[in-house]
Design a binder for this molecule. Structure first.
Ligand SMILES: *[C@@H]1O[C@H](CO)[C@@H](O)[C@H](O)[C@H]1NC(C)=O
Ligand SMILES: *[C@@H]1O[C@H](CO)[C@@H](O)[C@H](O)[C@H]1NC(C)=O
Ligand SMILES: *[C@@H]1O[C@H](CO)[C@@H](O)[C@H](O)[C@H]1NC(C)=O
Ligand SMILES: *[C@@H]1O[C@H](CO)[C@@H](O)[C@H](O)[C@H]1NC(C)=O
Ligand SMILES: *[C@@H]1O[C@H](CO)[C@@H](O)[C@H](O)[C@H]1NC(C)=O
Ligand SMILES: *[C@@H]1O[C@H](CO)[C@@H](O)[C@H](O)[C@H]1NC(C)=O
Ligand SMILES: *[C@@H]1O[C@H](CO)[C@@H](O)[C@H](O)[C@H]1NC(C)=O
Length: 336
């Protein structure tokens, strides 16, 4: 049978080729420990659903095709289980995903092992901060900065007990309601709170500080441009024992009324610029006394490297600040 003999190599070739095709299909369907570029099908479908509901004018998600979703741009998988653990679709330096959207589809919740979610720098066109995010129980990092969100910070975020970083800065009208202390004090792992540009009522700012004072690991608080008229005059059992960074700049806080910020001994960075010190009425007289008080107060902040008190209604008097105490040894930068 010369014809068959002649075809044999071709048949073998087809057989091998065919097997190879079947193998790669099978591998794409099964989460594979040795090849973590394959992802779990339900999670892949959730990503495609997210993509479908979003406008991607620059085709930044062009790699989101095929089966190997662990190698799609911005997708991070666990190497051993194949679960998606991170979505890094935010702004890093000059690199921005220019995604636009309204509602984010809650099918994203299929990513049950997500611990990192960065959507910063995109434009969600004023839709509310999605409260379904509170169901990502493993979430450690949440960055929704400059993403065009609006509405209240959902109090259900209090369920994110693993959260270490929460950044909601500079959105479109995000605000915190009055019961902030009830949910924020549940974020027991929180280290970095970046709420600059978020709006607070005076009542909500009081409850915010009472809540933050209960968090054992908080080391960075940024509340610039929050329209804060006041912060609590005093805090019972003032703690903040690991606080390194405090930014309260560009508010209308009268620090003569709330001098406790000068008792936060662990601080390395303190920005109180563009607020109110002393009185605008008889500025010279009162502020000269108050500058002496500040000099005494911050004198004991032995770790402080940066102090910004600029444009705060103190005029040239601050130029006469005569620091005493250990701050003299630590301070590297002062702006007045
Ligand atoms: C997973 O694999 C990537 C790429 O090989 C590697 O950079 C990363 O360190 C690994 N992660 C873990 C947790 O092993
Ligand atoms: C998205 O596309 C724009 C336009 O091509 C580009 O400038 C930008 O860097 C892209 N972003 C990412 C994250 O790839
Ligand atoms: C946490 O989630 C449960 C169930 O969804 C809800 O009833 C509860 O109010 C949430 N807790 C907070 C602090 O939001
Ligand atoms: C301050 O917080 C730490 C850590 O949670 C705690 O151990 C300490 O007892 C607290 N101190 C006061 C005065 O509440
Ligand atoms: C700030 O508080 C001090 C002390 O209560 C007060 O004398 C001063 O008038 C206040 N300054 C302004 C601008 O309200
Ligand atoms: C301001 O300081 C002067 C001189 O130390 C003192 O006589 C005066 O009572 C102080 N004023 C206030 C309001 O504390
Ligand atoms: C600064 O304070 C010290 C100690 O109180 C004092 O001896 C010194 O004269 C003061 N210097 C100025 C320029 O006021």
């Amino acid at each position: 049978m010369p014809v068959l003999l002649y075809l044999l190599p071709l048949l073998l070739l087809l057989l091998v080729f065919g097997l190879a095709v079947i193998c790669s299909d099978a591998a794409a369907l099964v989460p594979n420990v040795e090849h973590p570029t394959n992802c779990i099908e339900s999670e892949r479908m959730a990503l495609l659903d997210f993509k479908k509901n979003i406008i991607d004018p620059y085709n930044n998600l062009s790699s989101w095709v095929g089966h190997a979703c662990c190698s799609w741009d911005g997708v991070q998988c666990d190497n051993t289980t194949g679960n998606i653990v991170g979505l890094a679709l935010g702004q890093h330096g000059s690199v921005i995903f220019h995604l636009q959207g309204g509602e984010i589809s809650p099918t994203l919740l299929s990513l049950q092992h997500l611990n990192y979610l960065d959507l910063s720098g995109n434009d969600f066109r004023g839709t509310n901060v999605p409260s379904f995010i509170s169901h990502f129980k493993d979430l450690k990092y949440l960055n929704l900065a400059r993403a065009g969100f609006g509405g209240p910070v959902p109090s259900s975020f209090g369920n994110l007990s693993s959260l270490q970083t929460l950044d909601l800065s500079y959105n479109d009208g995000v605000y915190v309601d009055d019961a902030a202390h009830q949910w924020l004090s549940h974020l027991t792992s929180l280290q970095h709170l970046v709420f600059s540009g978020v709006t607070f009522s005076s009542h909500s700012s009081n409850s915010l500080f009472l809540a933050l004072n209960k968090l054992p690991s908080i080391n960075e608080i940024r509340l610039s441009e929050c329209q804060l008229q006041s912060i609590p005059p005093s805090i019972p059992h003032l703690n903040f024992s690991s606080l390194l960074v405090l930014d309260l700049s560009f508010n209308s806080i009268n620090f003569s009324v709330s001098p406790w910020v000068f008792n936060l001994k662990s601080l390395e960075y303190l920005d109180l610029s563009n607020n109110i010190f002393g009185s605008s009425i008889s500025a010279d007289y009162l502020s000269s006394n108050f500058s002496t008080d500040i000099a005494k107060g911050v004198g004991n902040l032995c770790n402080l490297k940066t102090l910004d008190l600029s444009d705060s209604n103190m005029g040239m008097r601050l130029a006469e600040l005569n620091f005493t105490g250990c701050i003299k040894d630590s301070l590297q930068l002062i702006c007045i």
